[in-house]
Design a protein around this ligand. Structure first.
Ligand code: FE2
Length: 196
């Protein structure tokens, strides 16, 4: 389940409907797909794409996406920091950045045209899009572990176009992780099933 933080206002949203309401004016959609029992940690990319084919086929038809692949980033990846440095600076893409998180977590910071910068932490089961042209940047959480399905219209359109701003430096990629519980929120209502 995603968490949305608005650092400049000191607010955290954890309710999926509240998150959707905040994202909607920015053209960002957020969904949750079931992950329990779908794939195991050793699943190949092909097995993952097959397991989620029903949802992926619907999404492709809805968003005009042509292809999907699986990205697997762990602390073992050679040149990990160089890879992360490509995406942790403010940038846009010529096409949507669409991600379904199979395992692990990460943080997208969104810099909207209007309103404060906000951070959305995505975890297993979360599907999010960052629309083409939206200023954003991405960080892994401290455990540096994420496996995600990516959807594309044209892979070339996903090349980062940097804004040249260093605004990202002022925003720490805070991750609360799956054990974070907002005060007063029932545990059963907040924890995703992280079996993937
Ligand atoms: Fe991006």
């Amino acid at each position: 389940m995603a968490l949305l933080r608005i650092p400049d206002e000191g607010r955290v949203l954890s309710d999926p409907e509240a998150i959707r309401s905040h994202l909607s004016p920015h053209g960002i959609w957020y969904e949750q797909w079931p992950v329990a029992g779908r794939v195991d940690r050793q699943a190949t990319a092909e097995q993952i794409l097959t397991a989620y084919a029903p949802e992926l086929d619907q999404l492709k038809a809805r968003g005009g996406y042509i292809t999907a692949d699986v990205i697997d980033v762990t602390a073992d990846v050679p040149s990990l920091q160089a890879m992360l440095d490509k995406f942790n600076k403010e940038h846009t893409h010529a096409e949507d950045e669409v991600r379904f998180i199979v395992r692990g977590s990460g943080v997208f910071h969104i810099h909207p045209n209007q309103g404060p910068i906000f951070a959305i932490e995505v975890m297993a089961g979360d599907l999010i899009n960052v629309p083409a042209g939206t200023l954003h940047w991405f960080d892994l959480c401290a455990d540096r572990d994420i496996r995600a399905i990516r959807l594309f219209r044209e892979k070339a359109g996903w090349t980062p176009v940097y804004s040249g701003s260093d605004v990202a430096v002022g925003y720490q990629p805070l991750c609360f992780g799956p054990n974070y519980l907002p005060v007063g929120t029932p545990r059963a209502a907040t924890l995703p099933e992280l079996s993937a």
